[in-house]
Design a protein around this ligand. Structure first.
Ligand code: KG4
Ligand code: ZN
Length: 340
């Protein structure tokens, strides 16, 4: 019997993604991004994102099927991000998935977006251990999650950011020191020529009495802005590379320290690092160093799958189908409010 083919649809933020997965194997996927349309606003505009999803959905679906050499008739189940995410954006994916499932007379599965960020690693490195900790860091999320069986257990938030996401902080700091958008990759590049210990920027919520796994990045962003302002007022040059490296060090330090501590506290042997910020060379290096020292396995999917995509949603759908979980009901609603 042929392995059931699961089609996954992602539309929670600015990426329209469709992926096809069968029994842990990625058959094909395609992606369109409206990131450029948001650049001049300095962040994602929900209405603009929703309109772009509507325009891209069918072309992306067609392309994903083509890359997998499949036809719609080969699809056995449809999975879709039900939340968290931008409400209007999520609804475009949900409406598309419902229409497809209905027309094909196949089961529909509503999927938790963050479970997708973790499950995608299965497609690259094989099955996940029964329990692991995931650090999801992107322009939209900064969450430490405790994961069990992704098909059956709820995603447990150990901590989330109380203000900016880590990627957002990279983007804002890049603007303050005159670099482009998105700021993460530029800061990463410029920081290579800087001294990470030149300036001691604050590591918020990292003292013992702070909420264990919460994050806060608005303080470090403001600290960088103040430092730059003071230096400019004093008529000094801005040492861009040192500022970038010192900021990056502060963020990487807090993220990796808390992630490793969460693994230890919960007796988990595997840390998953996902999201756009997982591309950061210092975050990765420090995660590797600290995981090795703590005897933890570190799993980082390739960057292409680290950021929002359809394959990650198909990966969860595939786990649900294989576990024999009941499909969602036809009145499945978007759940945009779940914590990012
Ligand atoms: O996961 P992603 O593509 O989109 C969502 O936000 O959902 O993540 C994008 C974020 C941006 O904020 C970008 O600046 C950041 O990831 N990013 C990086 C790097 N590459 C991308 N941050 C730090 N270092 C990088 N190398
Ligand atoms: Zn995401």
């Amino acid at each position: 019997m042929k392995a059931p083919v699961v089609l996954g649809i992602e539309s929670s933020c600015d990426e329209t993604g469709v992926g096809l997965v069968a029994e842990g194997v990625l058959l094909g996927d395609a992606l369109a991004s409206s990131m450029d349309a948001h650049a001049r606003f300095g962040g994602v505009v929900p209405e603009v994102a929703a309109r772009a999803h509507l325009e891209s959905m069918l072309p992306v679906l067609r392309e994903a099927l083509d890359t997998a050499s499949l036809d719609l008739a080969d699809v056995d189940a449809v999975a879709v991000t039900a939340g968290p995410g931008l409400s209007t954006a999520v609804q475009v994916g949900l409406a598309s998935a419902k229409a497809l499932a209905y027309a094909l007379d196949k089961p529909l599965y509503g999927v938790h977006h963050l479970a997708g960020h973790a499950a995608v690693d299965v497609l690259v490195h094989g099955p996940l251990p029964t329990r692991c900790v995931a650090l999801v860091v992107s322009g939209g999320h900064t969450s430490l999650l405790l994961l069990g069986d992704l098909a059956r257990d709820p995603v447990v938030h150990l901590g989330d950011t109380i203000d900016d996401a880590a990627g957002e902080a990279f983007d804002k700091v890049a603007r303050v020191i005159g670099l482009g958008y998105p700021g993460g990759p530029v800061i990463d590049r410029v920081a290579r020529d800087g001294d990470p210990h030149a300036i001691r920027f604050p590591r918020a919520l990292s003292r013992a009495q702070d909420p264990a796994y919460g994050f806060s990045f608005s303080g470090v962003k403001t600290a960088v802005a103040r430092w730059v302002e003071a230096r400019t007022d004093a008529g000094g040059e801005i040492p861009v590379a040192d500022v970038a490296a010192s900021f990056q060090e502060a963020v990487a330090d807090v993220l990796t320290r808390k992630a490793v501590a969460a693994c230890r506290e919960h007796g988990v042997g595997t840390l998953l690092l996902v999201g756009g910020v997982a591309a950061n060379s210092r975050v990765r290096a420090l995660a590797e160093e600290r995981c090795a020292a703590a005897g933890l396995e570190l799993r980082v999917p390739p960057l292409r799958l680290c950021t929002d995509n359809g394959a990650m949603i198909a990966a969860v759908g595939d786990l649900l189908v294989r576990a024999g979980v009941e499909p969602s009901r036809a009145d499945l609603a978007a759940d945009p409010s779940a914590p990012l």
